[in-house]
Design a protein around this ligand. Structure first.
Ligand code: G3H
Ligand code: 13P
Ligand code: ZN
Ligand code: NA
Length: 283
């Protein structure tokens, strides 16, 4: 069933586990996620980025996810990932998204608060949950030094003020992860997660979670992360399977034959994540 992001993440926060938030652009990705969630009995968040909405169109994304959610026996939230544009966020509300992210992290604190607060007022008025971001989550090449770390990682004092003033439902924090693949291993500031969780006592979000080793994910969850964003690892599963199929069957041209194994490979990866995050058997 389709539910709000808050309903899913409140339960995760209160029971000490995390829910996967998986990015989608295509039908096969939606199906892989829903089947993985059903088979592991896991609540799940399906999200679309700016790029995802541009590629597929907001109506297609909404229709696919809502169709999948209606048929599913597990709770599903439809979430906008890294929303930046007021109009686009309104369009998502109109199309039945149950959660939106307003990413004002590149603005100064005051401006981030102002922008986030405006979205929270609109979204809450129609029963939709909101994620915001404070601090700067890295790009792929980052090997962040201590000075940079203080400048870019989420400051606990600022976080407390930010949440109080904006009334946002869950907060994405910058603690050392980065979007995309990693060159080495990410160095996660676990103490910072712990401190922020103690100060805020609310659901926390980890972005850039593809490529983070299992041990680090589990530690982050134990310290208070409740939403874990995964995009790259699913893309890589898709690529792996399509490449394998085409190299083994260069003359097969039926899209179903090519994308079927890709869906299965994505599903396998997603199920592993759900078990790792602790959301399996929580639906
Ligand atoms: O947060 C970033 C996601 O990985 C989405 O990336 O804009 O290429 O869809 P994208
Ligand atoms: P990854 O690409 O590292 O999985 O990050 C995804 C993400 O944070 C989407 O918001
Ligand atoms: Zn992200
Ligand atoms: Na990553």
């Amino acid at each position: 069933m389709l539910v709000t992001g808050k309903a899913i993440l409140k339960h995760a926060h209160e029971n000490g586990y995390a829910v996967g938030a998986f990015n989608v652009n295509t039908m096969e990705q939606v199906q892989a996620i829903i089947e993985a969630a059903e088979e592991t009995k896991s609540p799940v968040i399906i999200q679309a980025s700016q790029g995802g909405l541009k590629y597929a169109g907001v109506e297609y994304i909404a229709a696919m996810v809502k169709t999948a959610a209606e048929k599913a026996s597990v709770p599903v939230a439809l979430h906008l990932d890294h929303g930046t544009d007021f109009k686009q966020i309104m369009l998502c509300l109109r199309n039945g998204f149950t959660s939106v992210m307003i990413d004002g992290s590149h603005y100064e604190l005051e401006e981030n608060i102002k922008k986030t607060k405006q979205i929270v007022e609109m979204a809450h008025a129609v029963g939709v949950s909101v994620e915001a971001e404070l601090g700067k989550i890295g790009g792929t090449e980052d090997d962040i030094s201590v000075d940079e770390k203080d400048a870019t990682f989420t400051d606990p004092d600022e976080a407390e003020r930010f949440v109080k003033e904006t009334e946002v439902d869950y907060l994405a924090i910058a603690v050392g992860t980065a979007h995309g693949p990693y060159k080495g291993e990410p160095k996660i500031d676990f103490d910072r997660i712990k401190t922020i969780k103690e100060r805020l006592d609310m659901p926390l979000v980890l972005h850039g979670s593809s490529g983070v080793p299992e041990e680090s994910i589990k530690k982050a969850v134990s310290l208070g992360i409740n939403k874990i964003n995964i995009d790259t690892d699913i893309r890589m599963a898709f690529h792996r399977a399509v490449k394998k199929f085409i190299s083994e069957n260069p003359d097969v041209y039926d899209p179903r034959k090519i994308l079927g194994p890709a869906k299965e490979e994505m599903k396998k990866v997603i199920k592993e994540k759900m078990i790792m995050f602790g959301s399996a058997e929580k639906a």
